[in-house]
Design a protein around this ligand. Structure first.
Ligand code: GDP
Length: 198
């Protein structure tokens, strides 16, 4: 897919206020610093598209970008646990869970993890939550330029193994990416285009 246009539409913290248009939506999520803004800018060929909504005070919001006038790229910054009861029950931030549970237009979420890191509890639990709620997602490994090819393979295998030892019977579809050298860009855009058409 060729990106002809990419425009910031709105930021908000309430799924009910997201754009009313019934365009297919693809959401990007991960812990802060995982490389999400860089990946969004790499995919859309804009130097600072994601940063425009990342200005102070806008970081905890659902950010919609309209791409090629026919789909939305949604930037859901930095998830983490929110404690919801005195019993210390942990869940994810409500605006994030509401978005995933209620947004009918969502086609697929991309969960980003830094390829160099061991599987982190918060990421595994987030993916588990997505699975329990039947929210389709793919895994994106970021910053692959930091590792040599053999190490990439080892890290990916370790990650998939951790998922399969957990609740997953089947590993999710995954992409290996680098915003520094463009690795994974064409594959990711082709995947989005394919599910958009079919
Ligand atoms: P965000 O908080 O998830 O939006 O992360 P950013 O996109 O702001 O990236 C966090 C840091 O990681 C920045 O210093 C980026 O320059 C760096 N970074 C992001 N993506 C890559 C990548 O693909 N390769 C390398 N080497 N560094 C990256």
């Amino acid at each position: 897919m060729k990106i002809k246009s990419a425009n910031f539409v709105m930021s908000n913290s309430n799924v009910a206020k997201c754009p009313k248009e019934l365009l297919p939506e693809y959401a990007f999520i991960g812990r802060s610093n995982v490389g999400k803004s860089s990946l969004i800018n790499m995919l859309t060929q804009r130097k600072s598209l994601a940063k425009t909504s990342g200005r102070p005070g806008k970081t905890q919001l659902i950010n919609h970008f309209k791409i090629n006038e026919n789909w939305f790229l949604v930037d859901l910054p930095g998830y983490g646990y929110a404690r919801v009861s005195k019993k210390d029950k942990k869940t994810f931030q409500k605006y994030i869970t509401d978005y995933f549970l209620e947004r009918q237009q969502l086609v697929c979420a991309f969960v980003l993890v830094d390829i160099r890191h061991e599987p982190q509890k918060v990421d595994l639990e987030f993916m588990e939550w997505m699975g329990e709620n039947q929210i389709p997602f793919c895994l994106i490994f970021t910053k692959a330029d930091k590792l040599k090819p053999k190490a990439i393979e080892n890290h990916v295998n370790t990650y998939l193994k951790a998922l399969l030892e957990g609740v997953w019977e089947e590993a999710p579809k995954y992409f290996v990416t680098s915003s520094s050298n463009g690795l994974g860009k064409e594959e990711l855009l082709a995947f989005i285009e394919d599910i958009n058409i079919n």
